[in-house]
Design a protein around this ligand. Structure first.
Ligand code: SF4
Ligand SMILES: [Zn+2]
Length: 150
C-alpha cells in the first residue's frame, strides 16, 4: 500500500465510502507507469462516485493541479479539463479566455530535462535528447553551468 494515499481527497468525504479505489493499491493512482495509470483509470471507470471525485479534485486543486489519478483523469487531463471549463465560463460571461497554464508542460525532446525524464521513467532515449544531455555535460565541464551561453 502506498504511503501517498489521497487522504486529502476522497477519503475525507462522505461519498468516499463508496469509492471503488477503497482497499485498492493506491500506488496505482500515483504512478508514472502507463500500465499502472491505465489500471487506475479502469478502476475509476467502474466507480459509482466518479463524478463527485472528479468535481472535488478540481475544486480542491483550484489553479494548481496536483498529481495522481482522480475521477478517472490524470493530472494533465484535469489541467486540460479545468482550462476548458474556465474557458467556457469566461465565454458565458463575455470575458476573455484564461491563459493556459504552461508550467506543467513536460520539456520537449532535445533538452536535458527531457533526457532526465526519459531516464527517470525508463524510457528509450532518442538522439535529440542524448545529444542535448551530452552538450549540457560538456558545458558543465567547461563552464561550470549546464546553461547554454547567450
Ligand atoms: S473515481 Fe477513481 S479515484 Fe475517484 S473515488 Fe472513484 S476510484 Fe477513487
Ligand atoms: Zn526525448
Amino acid at each position: 500500500m502506498s504511503t501517498r494515499a489521497p487522504e486529502t481527497l476522497p477519503n475525507r468525504l462522505a461519498w468516499a465510502a463508496r469509492a471503488a479505489c477503497q482497499g485498492q493499491d493506491l500506488a496505482l493512482f500515483f504512478s508514472d507507469a502507463e500500465q499502472k495509470v491505465a489500471q487506475a483509470k479502469q478502476i475509476c471507470a467502474a466507480c459509482p462516485v466518479r463524478r463527485e471525485c472528479l468535481d472535488e479534485a478540481l475544486r480542491a486543486e483550484g489553479a494548481s493541479i496536483g498529481d495522481g489519478v482522480f475521477g478517472g483523469l490524470t493530472a494533465d487531463e484535469r489541467t486540460e479539463l479545468a482550462l476548458a471549463r474556465a474557458t467556457e465560463q469566461a465565454a458565458a460571461q463575455g470575458q476573455a479566455p484564461p491563459q493556459p497554464r504552461t508550467g506543467r508542460r513536460p520539456a520537449p525532446c532535445g533538452t536535458r530535462s527531457a533526457y532526465q525524464r526519459h531516464v527517470k521513467k525508463g524510457e528509450p532515449i532518442d538522439d535529440a535528447c542524448r545529444a542535448a544531455n551530452t552538450a549540457a555535460d560538456r558545458r558543465l565541464r567547461t563552464t561550470g553551468s549546464t546553461r547554454p551561453r547567450r
